[in-house]
Design a protein around this ligand. Structure first.
Ligand SMILES: C[S@@+](CC[C@H](N)C(=O)[O-])C[C@H]1O[C@@H](n2cnc3c(N)ncnc32)[C@H](O)[C@@H]1O
Length: 202
């Protein structure tokens, strides 16, 4: 996982970290997706899932548990996965800002769920870090718009900044329901939030 002052550093050894280790998950981030899934019912068996910023791989592990052996998992990250193969996912190494969505789709016509837990390398300058996070969020939303099947779901991480409300509106234009959420397992001092869209309008 990228070094990220706004994210996980000071909680590396907190109860969520310990619980992830105990259950064999590759990162404490798994509980954030678990909480979002409990709230928004993101997955169904057999679905095709794209996970942007997938390293080290705990969201892929979680998604496999939800979509089952017949589901399809595709991950993208700038970094290779330390664990190599994770949860039977096809992992593409590349930059989300440059990748052709057709490469992510591969043999799949569409995805049913697009996830993004991407976080930029942080500079310590809050406005700059927010702007970089917004660019990653906007690109994730663009890829979701290009690849999701009607009725599909989207989750995107964002460092909350001046354009937060505008970005929720952008999701609302494309999805039946658009909501923001701050999982309990996300550090309270972190400015990260998730914007969730369910029921892609196509
Ligand atoms: C918080 S970690 C994701 C953790 C993951 N959800 C898990 O559960 O294991 C954020 C990831 O976003 C990736 N990332 C950041 N910028 C990216 C970019 N431009 N293109 C692709 N991946 C990016 C980082 O390399 C890092 O692995």
């Amino acid at each position: 996982m990228a070094s990220n002052k706004l994210d996980d550093r000071s909680t590396r050894h907190d109860r969520f970290h310990a619980k992830a280790k105990k259950h064999g998950f590759l990162a404490r981030a798994v509980w954030k997706l678990g909480e979002l899934d409990d709230k928004f019912k993101l997955f169904a068996p057999g679905q095709r899932v794209l996970d942007l910023g997938c390293a080290p791989g705990s969201w892929l592990q979680y998604a496999r548990g939800k979509v089952g052996a017949k589901g399809v998992l595709v991950g993208l990250d700038r970094a290779e996965l330390d664990a190599g193969e994770v949860a039977g996912a096809r992992v593409v190494v590349g930059d989300v800002l440059a990748i052709d969505p057709a490469v992510l789709l591969g043999a799949n016509a569409q995805f049913d769920v697009v996830l993004s837990d991407m976080a930029p390398d942080t500079s310590g300058i809050r406005s700059m870090d927010q702007a970089r996070s917004e660019a990653l969020f906007e690109r994730a939303l663009e890829i979701a718009t290009l690849t999701l099947a009607p009725g599909g779901n989207f989750v995107g991480k964002i460092f909350q900044g001046p354009d937060f409300k505008k970005l929720i509106e952008e999701v609302r234009k494309r999805f039946a329901v658009a909501k923001s959420a701050k999982p309990e397992s996300s550090r309270q001092i972190s400015i990260e939030q998730y914007i969730v869209g369910t029921g892609f309008k196509g």
